[in-house]
Design a protein around this ligand. Structure first.
Ligand code: ZN
Length: 455
């Protein structure tokens, strides 16, 4: 008979699915379905993307009207595009949005003009070092228009004239973000944010969307302690919009991760929160040090993805970032070469496994107080200790003794695992057994900062 409670930590099943390749296969399927959609920071491409996500997990959508303030920013006008092309004198389309949505600069205003190559050049973008790749460019906050093309094709252009058409609409509308919320058993909350604003680019950031969907879907089948909120929104303006509407929620936010760019061949990277000492930072270092592929912990810098907003000094939240190669760290970044062929299934699986493990640890982590600290409490009479003498304590009994010893109010389960060298999940089960026996109580919700860490 096992003395240990059966209750397990969240997302253990997903970690197994990741190990078998099953989870990465499902994630790649979703990425392939999302890849052709032309997304931006606003517009119908985002809504269609959320439609496909909603086939897998329930979503609560928020539409924020253009002009709504979000701290020092405001929600821009909504951008939608039907078509865009450059045609030569014979009417042949030599650059065509319908062939690849990266061909048009995101947020290009409408245009219909005939112009020479010299007049057109300031509106063209290409990558001379990679003449067969189409660059990804945007002009969100400055009214302009432009085309992106292969440098090889750009060099072949004659003097013109060319007919240039962008059939787009930039008009008052909405910014769309969506949340999938898994209710926890305590009042602590956690957030996972991933950006949804990139058009046909696979690693940046369909990989992030697909990993978030895998995590949220699996977590729905578990009973987490924290309420986990997966937010699918555009980069920068999306997290600003979310923060501006959720300030009341932030005192309950125990932990958070910004995830994205998780399918390339680079090593896993956890970027610390601004404080660098939060429970998220400790859990990430702990999980990555045990991960078969290891991974790298990098310190905070005020550049990157949406962690910039969550970690801005007015919020200073315990939010870190999990990515692989990021911020231009791979040559294909922000170009048509960031397509589905760039995604390494084994790396995508490793990202899912590590993110699931981090969430699992962060959700279970808690500080405990030994309620019978004077001498060892008698575990045998409470059915917690093997009653046959002489055999020495088993693994579970060992974990009970470690939890009782370290449950002086200053240690959480992470600290106990580090000090004892025992498995986190074993200590979690021992802690649960002691809580149920009335020998220990939880001092605070999982993820709250440890002693000496200012809020
Ligand atoms: Zn990007």
């Amino acid at each position: 008979m096992s003395l240990a409670p059966e209750k397990s930590m969240v997302l253990e099943g997903l970690q197994q699915e990741a190990a078998s390749g099953e989870a990465a296969e499902a994630a790649l399927g979703l990425m392939a379905a999302l890849y052709p959609i032309c997304r931006s920071i606003t517009g119908n491409g985002v809504r269609r993307t959320l439609d496909l996500v909603e086939e897998q997990i329930p979503l609560e959508r928020t539409e924020v009207p253009s002009g709504t303030p979000a701290f020092d920013w405001e929600i821009p006008r909504e951008w939608n595009i039907r078509d865009a092309w450059i045609a030569d004198a014979s009417g042949r389309r030599i650059v065509d949005f319908k062939a690849h949505n990266l061909h048009v600069v995101g947020y290009s205003v409408p245009v219909d003009r005939t112009m020479t190559l010299d007049e057109l050049q300031p509106h063209l973008h290409s990558i001379p070092e990679h003449p067969d790749w189409i660059p990804y460019r945007t002009t969100y906050y400055r009214e302009n228009w432009g085309f992106c093309l292969r440098h090889r094709d750009r060099q072949a252009l004659g003097p013109g004239p060319y007919r240039v058409v962008v059939d787009s609409e930039l008009a008052p509308g909405h910014l769309t973000y969506a949340e999938s919320v898994i209710q926890g058993s305590t009042d602590g909350e956690a957030i996972v944010y991933t950006h949804t604003c990139h058009p046909s680019l696979a690693n940046d950031n369909l990989s992030g969307i697909a990993v978030a969907v895998a995590l949220a879907r699996a977590l729905r089948a578990d009973r987490p302690r924290l309420t986990w909120r997966f937010v699918f929104g555009p980069g920068t303006i999306g997290s600003l919009a979310w923060l501006s509407r959720n300030e009341h929620r932030l005192p309950r936010l125990r932990t958070g991760l910004v995830i994205g760019l998780l399918g390339d061949a680079g090593p896993l990277k956890y970027k610390q929160s601004r404080r660098g000492t939060t429970v998220t930072d400790r859990a990430a270092a702990f999980v990555l040090s045990q991960d078969p592929h290891r991974g790298i912990v990098t310190s905070f810098e005020p550049y990157g993805y949406d962690e910039r907003q969550f970690c801005s000094p007015g919020f200073d939240l315990p939010v870190g970032r999990l990515t692989r190669s990021s911020n231009g760290g791979y040559p294909e970044y922000h170009s048509s070469a960031d397509d589905l062929s760039l995604i390494v299934p084994g790396k995508l699986a490793g990202s899912i496994r590590a993110a699931a493990r981090m969430i699992s640890v962060l959700d279970a982590n808690r500080r405990l107080l030994n309620l019978s600290p004077k001498g060892e409490p008698r575990l045998g009479k409470r059915g917690l200790y093997g009653s046959i003498g002489g055999a020495g304590p088993g693994e579970f009994e060992h974990a009970l003794l470690w939890v009782l010893s370290l449950a002086d109010g200053s240690n959480d389960l992470l600290a106990m695992s580090e000090r004892s060298g025992l498995e986190f999940s074993l200590l979690d089960r021992a802690a649960t057994a002691l809580e149920e026996a009335g020998l220990a109580r939880i001092l605070e919700e999982a993820g709250a900062p440890g002693p000496g860490v200012a809020r």
